[in-house]
Ligand binder design. Structure first.
Ligand SMILES: [Zn+2]
Length: 440
């Protein structure tokens, strides 16, 4: 007869050897996108478009037994269909892409927290964001993470939102929903999720410093990120962990092929590819193209109206100046300031439709102005000008900048009160281009 403790030890040893036997290497392929930003149709460089992206996704998934598709946020905002219909059609069309798990981006809150919650409900796939909660600690997406079963693996996906959220959203639209510290929150849920899974993946909408902090923290061996619209030239790695991010606007699809060791729940090896979505080379997926057309037909009457001609393509920085001209024009202000991050597209060369102004300024931001003494003007406004400190000057900005003065890249001011409202910034831009007729 053996003692209880000995028996337990025997069972323990037996369990251990079962676990050792069970330890194995399995493959997982993560297809991923980020910052699709409602670009339903290809951009003027012929890249992207939801129907073309769908074709590329379906091609990659053909016969693939270990593929999952993740989307790292900011589906909403960017084109007139999103502005006019408050993002919802984009989520309906995204249901055709075969996304397995998504996370929210800051712009998914542009139409308010209720609409963000509607997006979560409309999506036929789980959307997870672990660190956006309300005063009661309730998670906006309902759950912080989800487990996806693929190729014999239990893949735990934890959603993560940048802590810049407060400066990237309009406070009045957020109710009492707010972000919690991203690294700590992810770490907490990773500890909870690890025992139930074979691999953890952070699906994040993150700033570059947060990406690096999460990678260094080591809560999960894989990070699929979005928010910056540029791709990583190479995957970032740290201690055997790997992080990837694609270019925005659906111009490319990421494919991260992993070999996963289930005992240590770590990545043994990986390979990362960027697959271009070139509308000149692939055929659009018919079902997606049909739904895109339904929505585009509705907006075309509103936005495809000629407004002038541009002799050349204007860069984002040049469009910023054009927007500042438009703000001064509509307010009679001495000075105007537009944050470069708010300029969402270039101005194409050739005949211009009003759609170009919608793509540049998809937000329903308004032009506001105030009158301030020269001495109170922000440094960036005074730069290189002769300013009388006692004279009154009129300064125009967007209502977004007015509400987030510290966050506006260079304005770095607080407490300036802009009391006058001159309507939509997009309309001011359209009006200026109509007036000039030709943009040189
Ligand atoms: Zn973003």
């Amino acid at each position: 007869m053996i003692s209880c403790a000995a028996a337990r030890r025997v069972v323990g040893l037996a369990l251990l050897s079962v676990l050792q036997l069970a330890a194995e290497v399995r493959t997982l392929t993560i297809l991923h996108t980020n910052d699709l930003h409602s670009r339903l149709t290809p951009s003027d460089n012929h890249k992207g478009g939801f129907a073309y992206l769908a074709t590329v996704i379906r091609h990659e998934r053909e016969g693939c037994v270990d593929c999952i598709l993740l989307n790292a946020g900011d589906l909403a905002q960017g084109t007139p269909v999103s502005t006019i219909y408050r993002g919802m059609p984009v989520f309906e069309i995204a249901n055709l892409l075969g996304i397995d798990v998504g996370t929210l981006g800051n712009h998914d809150f542009d139409y308010g927290w209720q609409q963000a919650q509607n997006f979560v409900e409309t999506a036929k796939y789980p959307i997870v964001t672990s660190n956006v909660v309300n005063g009661d600690g309730r998670i906006l997406t309902g759950k912080p993470y989800v487990i996806v079963k693929v190729n014999g693996l239990r893949v735990g996906v934890i959603g993560a939102m940048t802590n810049s959220l407060p400066t990237l959203t309009t406070p009045a639209l957020m109710g009492d929903w707010h972000d919690t510290p991203v690294v700590e929150t992810v770490r907490k849920y990773a500890a909870e999720l690890r025992p139930q899974t074979d691999l953890l993946v952070i699906l994040g909408h993150l700033g570059p410093d947060e990406e690096k902090a999460l990678l260094a923290d080591g809560a999960a061996p894989v990070i699929v990120s979005g928010h910056l619209h540029s791709n990583l030239p190479m995957a970032l790695t740290d201690g055997g962990r790997v992080m990837v991010r694609m270019r925005g606007y659906g111009e490319e699809l990421g494919r991260l092929e992993l070999k996963v060791e289930t005992k240590t729940k770590s990545v043994v090896s990986w390979e990362w590819k960027k697959i271009p979505v070139d509308s000149d080379k692939v055929a659009p997926a018919a079902d997606v193209a049909a739904l895109v057309k339904t929505w585009e037909d509705k907006v075309t009457a509103v936005v495809d109206r000629p407004m002038g001609v541009s002799k050349r393509r204007l860069t984002h920085a040049e469009v910023k100046v054009l927007l500042e001209d438009a703000m001064r024009d509509v307010t009679g202000a001495d000075f105007a300031y537009m944050n470069l991050g708010g300029v969402r597209d270039v101005l194409p060369e050739g005949p211009l439709q009003e759609r170009a102004a919608w793509n540049i300024m998809p937000f329903d931001n308004r032009v506001v102005f105030g009158v301030f003494k020269g001495r109170a003007l922000p440094e960036v406004i005074k730069e290189g000008k002769t300013i009388d400190p006692d004279k009154d000057y009129r300064l125009a900005v967007s209502d977004f900048t007015a509400a987030n003065q510290r966050a506006a890249e260079q304005l770095n001011s607080t407490g300036l009160v802009f009391r006058e409202d001159k309507g939509l910034l997009r309309d001011a831009l359209i009006q200026l281009i109509r007036k000039r007729k030709v943009i040189e």
